[in-house]
Design a protein around this ligand. Structure first.
Ligand code: HEC
Length: 479
């Protein structure tokens, strides 16, 4: 069956136009890129593209939240919105450089208004890769940002949507909205994030949700990475119980972490990001941010957790010194816990998570600040773990999964990681826990948010264009 993906903007053509000739003269004619815009383009690529995408026109085509007048854009760049993940650039860019960026962005806005921007229909029948050919089977569409996928018995699945909706996809492919979802703070990077199904779901119907939980205090809305356990009965969640909170609650709406996984002994691991509080959270064992936590399925804390007996430490902490780990999985071949983590600019990591270990943020890192300033000149220090692998420039890694079935031939044993920034699925070839090769799959599909192996042995991916797909090997390349 032909999978039709209607998602990619007509960036290719526009990109060509803009690369050749950003700017216009008084007659509305497109003029050659002048020196100032060349400088601005360089700044944009260096300082902005990691979050806003490499083509300024894709950024300029947004629904503007803070206004698109020159004054508004200038203010946005200068002061930033740190709680929402937009850094302030007043310390690292001169006013002249900021004015250059404002012109550059406004030219892109003008050009989009003039040339329009359309959906491109990709006839994505097949994707040829180094080792096999596959097609995409559409499991669900119209699911917004599908942050997490959980597999229920009988070929059903649950999909969380970041803005706070939860869908069940039944065996016939019908999409049913589930009621009773916990109250989430859907703002910035927050919302309804991961979902995991209890290993003994058939007996207890428990489902776990990681999300940005809300606390209202003196007119402020604060949030924290929280986990609730609910019973899924029919199309309704009931008996919701808060089982975890990464304290303290804060104004920030970034870096929630929020991936979860059960190990084979029934312990639940939860990633909590540093909430943007680089110096307050990750190295402080009294606080929940910048950690990976380990709890029992009822929220109680195992006595053999590494800091359980340390006075004042948060007893659920399993490892610390993390920035924003958004990927967590159990290596099916070794039973180790593997995690991906967003670095700052550069230094995205893959780590094997060990009890009590310190992963070093922000004391050591392979990245630098978004505004170009140095965080630390150290990449290693005694007592701190080295990543198994790191990506510079950042790919913005999301969840990870090991190919453990025989459906994909020699892909077996490969590690899959979603890239938000470059919109592809990364396949890493591992030998003795070293990444010895990488292949980029489903390029330009959209921000790839979730990847999981299904119980049927197939790879499932969630893309921020609102789709969940299954990768189906095509006859002849299947083993
Ligand atoms: C670390 C990620 C990151 C980087 C780097 C970054 N931004 Fe942003 N930017 C954001 C986020 C997230 C928002 C949305 C903030 C909000 O929701 O209020 C934003 C918002 C903005 C806005 C306001 C948009 C609106 O809707 O009103 C402008 C303008 C902007 N960014 C320009 C830039 C420019 C120019 C650069 C480079 C100098 C840059 N940004 C670098 C993350 C980033």
């Amino acid at each position: 069956m032909t999978a039709m993906i209607k998602n990619t903007l007509l960036i290719g053509l526009l990109g060509f136009i803009f690369f050749q000739c950003v700017g216009k003269d008084n007659n509305g004619q497109v003029a050659l890129l002048d020196e100032n815009s060349q400088e601005a383009q360089k700044l944009y690529l260096q300082y902005c593209s990691s979050c806003h995408g490499s083509t300024v026109e894709a950024f300029a085509d947004r629904v503007w939240k803070h206004g698109k007048s020159a004054t508004d854009i200038f203010q946005s760049i200068k002061k930033g919105y740190p709680n929402d993940g937009m850094p302030a650039f007043e310390g690292s860019l001169s006013e002249e450089q900021i004015h250059g960026l404002v012109d550059y962005i406004q030219t892109a806005i003008t050009n989009i208004e003039r040339y329009g921007i359309e959906d491109e229909v990709i006839e994505s029948d097949t994707f040829k890769t180094e080792l096999l050919t596959f097609s995409l089977d559409t499991i669900a569409s119209g699911v917004g940002v599908p942050w997490g996928i959980g597999f229920l018995p009988d070929n059903e699945l649950l999909i969380t949507n970041r803005s706070g909706r939860l869908y069940r996809i039944d065996a016939n492919g019908n999409k049913i909205e589930i009621g009773g979802v916990p109250d989430v703070h859907s703002s910035g990077q927050g919302g309804l994030l991961d979902v995991v199904i209890h290993p003994n779901f058939e007996a207890n119907n428990w489902v776990y949700f990681a999300y940005s939980g809300i606390k209202r205090e003196n007119g402020r809305t604060l949030s924290a990475t929280t986990v609730s356990r609910c019973r899924l009965i029919g199309d309704q969640l009931t008996e919701s119980k808060l089982v975890f909170e990464a304290l303290p609650y804060a104004d920030s709406r970034i870096h929630y972490g929020s991936r979860m996984v059960f190990d084979d002994q029934g312990y639940l691991y939860i990633t909590a990001g540093d909430r943007g509080d680089t110096y307050g959270n990750p190295q402080n064992l009294k606080r929940g941010g910048g950690k990976i936590h380990r709890i029992r399925d009822d929220g109680s804390i195992p006595e053999d957790n590494p800091f359980y007996h340390i006075a004042n430490a948060m007893k659920s902490i399993y490892s610390y010194g993390h920035r924003n780990p958004q990927g967590l999985t159990l290596n099916p071949f070794t039973n180790e816990l593997w995690s991906t983590e967003h670095g700052p600019r550069g230094g995205d990591e893959i780590n094997i998570i060990k009890s009590g270990a310190n992963y070093g943020w922000p004391v050591i890192t392979y990245g630098i600040n978004y505004n170009g300033t140095i965080i630390t000149d150290k990449t290693e220090q005694e007592g701190m773990e080295q990543p198994l692998h790191y990506w510079t420039p950042s790919i913005a890694p999301t969840n990870l999964a090991f190919v453990n079935s025989d459906k994909y031939g020699d892909w077996k044993g490969s590690l899959l990681v979603g890239s938000l920034r470059y919109r592809y699925l990364n396949r890493s070839v591992l030998v003795d826990n070293q990444v010895v090769g990488e292949e980029l799959l489903v390029k330009n599909i959209g921000r790839l948010r979730e990847v999981k192996m299904g119980p049927d042995g197939y790879i499932y991916i969630g893309v921020e264009t609102g789709y969940v797909f299954r990768l189906m090997p095509i006859d002849g390349s299947d083993s």
